[in-house]
Ligand binder design. Structure first.
Ligand code: PLP
Length: 391
């Protein structure tokens, strides 16, 4: 194991032991191809996939045929955005999204722009919420799709999807919500009734990496998504390629376990988060970037004025596994686009860290993290002449 305490559960989570145990037989003894219809190897694999799909659908409160397996949220996002654009071209080519979405959405939108789509990127309020009046103004007859995430991966801020869905559907547009970070942290069933499409990644919920889902509400839109991967006709032709039986079984187990204790685990995690956040906000001038009423129970995002951001992360890296935002952007030298969208100045955005806690976080780790970060911030400020000269 590593010496650092893990505070990066929004980047990825370890696979639960029960999940690994559930998957193992399908790598070895029960290795059949679910599409092999002439022998028991195939029948067994097919039935394992069917059971897993029924389990996921039951837990999420959706139908089995509304789910398509993918390699993860990035693929699911590409499938939905590109699929809707292709199918809806007779109606229009306008997409609306926000500047605070994950790069998987923003990069896909940029690609679609290069292909001739028009994309409106809406600003968010300083608290991270989408201004509904701006969304209303941006909607037009040619708007085919609106893409707004439920919960932000950096700040944990939760958008009012009910109000957003009303506006989008009144305009006759489709609503996609990136639900990647919300799975296993909040009850998604009510949200899935509001949106037309959603996406999931197994590794965010103590399942394996490389497996995910598209949720496609059964109101005619299921048929509307064209296949991005042809070949073999698997998954009703929606996504060709041999179905990954062990990972699907693992994903189902992970989702089942996450929902089994959702209420009690959310309570425990939220109490730890509050202790962590309050401890860090006790540092002089510290600012939280996630103070909305609705937010993920596990995410803390804090800025420390008068601190050098690069030094902060490198000083912490020997003791704590934290990040300054999305793992996909961690090599970028730009400030977090989410904080920039919220109007946070670049210098402050650099001097910010995200701590995301989870299943294995302990009270002791929380207390240690508060002490370590407080010491590092104080030391960094001691070396900053501007800290002394502040008024
Ligand atoms: N959307 C959000 C909100 C995420 O946090 C992530 C992963 O960090 C993704 C999409 C992409 O997920 P994956 O890398 O599993 O495809």
């Amino acid at each position: 194991m590593y010496a650092q305490s893990y505070f990066d559960y929004n980047a990825t989570t370890p696979c639960r032991e029960e999940v690994v145990a559930a998957m193992l037989p399908y790598f070895t003894n029960d290795f059949g191809n679910p599409s092999s219809s002439h022998h028991p190897y195939g029948w067994l694999a097919k039935s394992a996939v069917e059971d897993a799909t029924e389990s996921i659908a039951g837990v999420l409160g959706v139908t089995t045929s509304s789910l398509i397996y993918t390699s993860g949220s990035t693929e699911s996002i590409n499938m939905v955005l590109k699929g809707v654009v292709k199918k809806m071209q007779a109606r229009g080519n306008h997409i609306i999204t926000t500047k605070a979405e994950h790069k998987a959405v923003l990069d896909c939108c940029a690609f679609l722009e290069s292909e001739g789509c028009e994309v409106t990127y809406l600003d968010v309020h300083s608290n991270g919420l989408l201004p509904l009046a701006d969304l209303q103004k941006a909607l037009r007859p040619a708007t085919i799709l609106v893409s707004v995430m439920v919960a932000n991966n950096e700040t944990g801020v939760i958008q009012p999807l009910d109000k957003i869905a009303r506006l989008v559907h009144e305009n006759g547009s489709l609503l996609f919500s990136d639900t990647t970070q919300a799975l296993g942290k909040i009850d998604l069933t009510p949200i899935l009734t509001l949106v037309d499409f959603a996406c999931f990644s197994g590794h965010k919920v103590y399942g394996p990496k490389g497996i995910g889902l598209v949720y496609c509400k059964e109101n005619g839109n299921y048929e509307a998504l064209p296949s991005l991967l042809q070949g073999g006709g698997q998954q009703k032709g929606q996504r060709g390629g041999t179905i990954n039986t062990p990972f699907i079984v693992g994903l189902a187990k992970a989702i089942e376990l996450a929902y089994q204790n959702l209420t009690s685990e959310t309570k425990r995690i939220q109490a730890l988060r509050e202790r962590l956040e309050n401890g860090l906000l006790a540092i002089d001038l510290a600012i939280s970037n996630s103070l909305t009423e609705q937010r993920l129970p596990n995410t803390v995002h804090i800025s420390f004025p008068y601190v050098d951001g690069a030094n902060l992360l490198s000083a912490l890296s020997g003791q704590l596994a934290v990040s300054n935002g999305s793992a996909c952007n961690s090599t970028s030298t730009s400030p977090s686009h989410v904080l920039v969208a919220m109007g946070v100045p670049d210098s402050l955005a650099y001097a910010s860290i995200r701590l995301s806690i989870g299943l294995y976080t302990t009270e002791e780790e929380i207390e240690n993290a508060i002490n370590i970060i407080t010491a590092v911030v104080n030391k960094s400020r001691e070396a900053n002449i501007l800290w002394e000269r502040r008024v």
